[in-house]
Design a protein around this ligand. Sequence first.
Ligand code: HEC
Length: 174
Amino acid sequence: MSLFQRLMVVISAAALLLGVVLTFTYDIIKIEWISFMEIQPSYKPMEKPLPVAVRSIPIEGAAYIPGQGAPVNPVPADEVSIERGRVLYQINCAQCHGATGEGNGIIGGALVNPPANLTSDVVQTKADGALFLTISNGILGANGQIRMPALNENLTVRDRWDVVNYIRTLKAAP
Ligand code: HEC
């Protein structure tokens, strides 16, 4: 073998090796090296509500029809509903709005923008449906900042109406 031929062999071997390596780097042949559960494309709680899957049907019926105004409360404010609302309120709202609804919860006190006083006339004179929409969608500030988080993922439609019925019992005594 001449020197030139030997050189050609070495170069072709190197080119072949490079080609093989490149097929892996460009995921032509994909190898799952190590996988940890925490390294994956996913959303953290409250981060970005996922859109409902195409062609899915709400099993509770639509909560409300967008653009049709506030929905009418379909849940009678009986003892069961108010008791359910009380329990759900303590879990989902009390940390901000306070155990008695006066807007002085543990987290609420630390917020720059304080939570509403739910016993006040401002809130109590609102329609049930308006409160329902607030719970469902939260409150966005003018700058797009979340002032109150949307709780539609935490509470079912029935749960939200129960909370609304409970809020009515917080009305400050005249
Ligand atoms: C993370 C804290 C937080 C949680 C949790 C929270 N809220 Fe609020 N809420 C706020 C803040 C802050 C405001 C005042 C927003 C504003 O108007 O700037 C508010 C306002 C409201 C209002 C007043 C709306 C209006 O139009 O006057 C209602 C009603 C309300 N919240 C109900 C609830 C209920 C019911 C829950 C539980 C299901 C809840 N909130 C959970 C922080 C919270």
